[in-house]
Write a protein that binds this ligand. Structure first.
Ligand code: GLU
Length: 276
């Protein structure tokens, strides 16, 4: 059993991350497995070295330990490029130059992963790709290449349920997702995450419910790339006093700040609902 905690060093870790990390290590402990730390530092415009340094410090302070070396996605762009090449050879991705503004103007509406792309560039082929173009997955074509019903297992404690994924429906919920970002050329989260869950032989993905809507896309990518589908556990989210999900923007709940104020890891555990 191998699970992972995969933060992005784009801001300080907050109570929500602490909840997630403690849950990940708790599941690994209960199942006699291993919890890995993975640094998802592919958003090059927002990643900062001080946030990565703070991740190691905060997790160690919480009493969590991980095997080293840690996988840092920024060191593996060559691998994500290989996956993109493969998808290109299979005719499943296309270049897209649309700005966010153009996507909205073309009728894009909010979906589970940002604005649902209306498909403006879908007619373009990879031979016409320009530097700086985003690369998008053609979901309708991708759905045609895999079984019409995919499944994954969701577990919470001792119970497991099977969740059905209907690939053709993903386009309505997500639109064609970006797999390589515009301008920076960074691999998108979906691509790097799915690739590395397989590379690290992750058997259990434990992460927040905020990512649950994206899991069907990850299952589709796994099917397309011939990768195994792990078991998923989407845990509850820690909210602020008003019931709003904590965001990295809300620096007030940063773990480092609580630490500086003299709180102990036990205090943090109690604040987020763990007994000890
Ligand atoms: N890097 C993602 C985040 O910080 C988490 C990815 C995952 O657990 O799949 O939100």
């Amino acid at each position: 059993m191998i699970t992972r905690f995969a933060p992005s060093p784009t801001g300080p870790l907050h109570l929500g991350h602490a909840y997630s990390a403690i849950t990940v290590w708790g599941v690994a402990g209960r199942l006699g497995g291993t919890a890995l730390l993975r640094i998802e530092d592919t958003d090059s415009s927002r990643v900062r070295p001080q946030h990565e340094a703070a991740i190691y410090e905060d997790l160690a302070w919480l009493g969590l330990h991980w095997p080293t070396p840690v996988l840092r996605q920024s060191e593996h762009y060559i691998d994500y490029d290989k996956v993109l090449k493969r998808l290109a050879t299979e005719g499943l991705i296309y270049p897209c130059s649309c700005s966010r503004r153009q996507v909205v103007d073309a009728g894009g509406v909010p979906g589970a992963d940002g604005i649902i792309y209306p498909g403006t560039c879908r007619i373009r082929s990879m031979s016409d790709a320009k530097p700086g173009d985003a690369l998008r997955l053609d979901l309708a074509k991708a759905a045609n290449r895999v079984a019409s019903a995919l499944t994954y297992r969701e577990t919470g404690g001792s119970e497991q349920k099977q969740i059905n994924v209907v690939p053709e429906r993903l386009i309505e919920i997500l639109g064609d997702p970006v797999l390589r970002r515009k301008d920076t050329g960074d691999p998108a989260y979906h691509l790097a995450c799915v690739h590395d869950d397989a590379r690290q032989a992750i058997t259990h993905v434990v992460r927040g419910m905020d990512l649950e809507a994206l899991t069907p896309l990850h299952v589709l990518l796994q099917a397309l790339l011939g990768l195994p589908t792990p078991i998923y556990h989407h845990h509850r989210l820690i909210t602020d006093g008003q019931g709003k999900r904590l965001a990295k923007i809300d620096k007030s709940k940063a773990l480092g700040r609580y630490r500086a104020e003299g709180l102990s890891p036990v205090d943090i555990r109690q604040m987020i609902g763990f007994d000890s």
